[in-house]
Design a protein around this ligand. Structure first.
Ligand code: NDP
Length: 313
């Protein structure tokens, strides 16, 4: 197994990771950034980003992440493809991170910017038909269901955004909502409620996705009446939130019960010296690209100060 010593290791390539990279590079920390399994992070599977300051006309998510990457490269960040598969943070002077189970990176500072991933309902049929009509990304897969009928589960901003996107492409969209209200912001609620080809099924849960090799329908149940109905849809989208990608750190880093990393208030410090966390991996409240970028900046500044205090920079 090959090994390498660096002074600042950044894990993750969303807004948090790349912003940390820009700051750490400009501060002369020579950071190495590993992208993780989804280079560019969650924004690469979204369309319009309208609320990131500095883009008055909005920007496409994938384009924005290419811009982030280009900016980090411009200042010399060493960007590599690979996933952190194991860590050992027991020696606080030199942290160990294994990449793809093959390469060992040792670094006095590690910036965790691993973000979060889509949650699933947990139905056997949902997993079996994943990629065969079941998807957690309308923007990636909506195209395949043009002029067809589809269903989407969830009542948050993500579900509303994806339902609006699907309504532009599909003949009909059923929105399956487990309560009698949406969690989404008012503006997004108004948007979905105004769509003529979108029907919200309130107080409804998904019982089963029907189909052998591809989706042929979805069985739903009204929780008030107990009545089950079959929706004749060919696509089934899940948009019920996200979970932090922090499993690999759990033996060393303090987290809350949902797996979000706990940081010292007003900083990105974790319970271990030299390990800093930023972005959605440590934020279950704001979860925005701009807040992720802000904490990425904080993590780089915290790392720089830490290295300076240790006489390593
Ligand atoms: P949220 O946690 O906000 O919403 C999740 C939704 O899924 C809720 O309606 C929830 O129902 C429902 N849900 C959760 N579990 C299940 C389940 N097992 N079965 C059925 N329904 C379920 O997640 P989002 O991804 O929508 O949003 C995350 C954050 O990102 C939010 O802060 C949001 O505002 C933000 N965001 C902002 C956007 C923007 O500004 N353009 C776009 C997208 C997201 P219940 O309400 O009953 O719990």
């Amino acid at each position: 197994m090959s090994s390498e010593k660096v002074s600042c290791l950044i894990i993750g390539s969303g807004p948090a990771g790349y912003t940390a990279a820009v700051y750490a590079s400009r501060a002369g920390l020579n950071p190495v950034l590993y992208t993780g399994g989804q280079p560019g992070g969650q924004l690469t599977i979204t369309t319009d980003v309208e609320n990131y300051p500095g883009y008055p006309e909005g920007v496409q998510g994938p384009q924005m992440m290419m811009d982030f990457e280009a900016q980090a490269r411009r200042f010399g960040t060493d960007i590599r493809y690979g996933l952190a598969t194991k860590v050992d943070f027991s020696d606080s002077n030199l942290h160990k991170v294994w990449i793809d189970n093959t390469k060992l990176i040792e670094s006095p500072t590690v910036i965790i910017a691993t973000g979060a991933s889509a949650k699933w309902l947990g139905l056997e049929s949902e997993q079996r038909l994943n990629g065969h009509g079941v998807s957690a990304c309308a923007v990636c897969d909506g195209f395949f269901f043009r002029n067809q009928e589809v269903a989407i589960v969830g009542g948050g901003d993500t579900a509303c955004e994806e339902a609006s996107y699907l309504a532009k492409l599909c003949k009909k969209v059923y929105m399956i909502v487990r309560r009698d209200e949406l969690r989404a912001s008012q503006i997004m609620q108004n948007r979905v409620k105004s769509l003529p080809n979108l029907e919200i099924l309130w107080n409804t849960e998904t019982e089963e996705v029907i189909g052998e090799s591809e989706v042929e329908g979805v069985k739903v149940k009204n929780l008030k009446t107990g009545e089950s109905t079959l929706l004749n849809v060919t696509g089934f989208f899940v948009a019920i939130g996200h979970q932090p990608n922090t499993e690999v750190f759990k033996d060393f880093i303090d987290m809350d019960s949902a797996g979000y990393i706990q940081t010292v208030k007003g900083s990105t410090k974790t319970n271990i010296e030299g390990i800093f966390a930023c972005g959605d991996a440590q934020d279950n409240i704001y979860r925005q690209a701009v807040t992720a970028a802000g904490t990425g900046c904080m993590a780089a500044l915290d790392s720089e100060r830490y290295l300076a205090e240790k006489g390593l920079h």
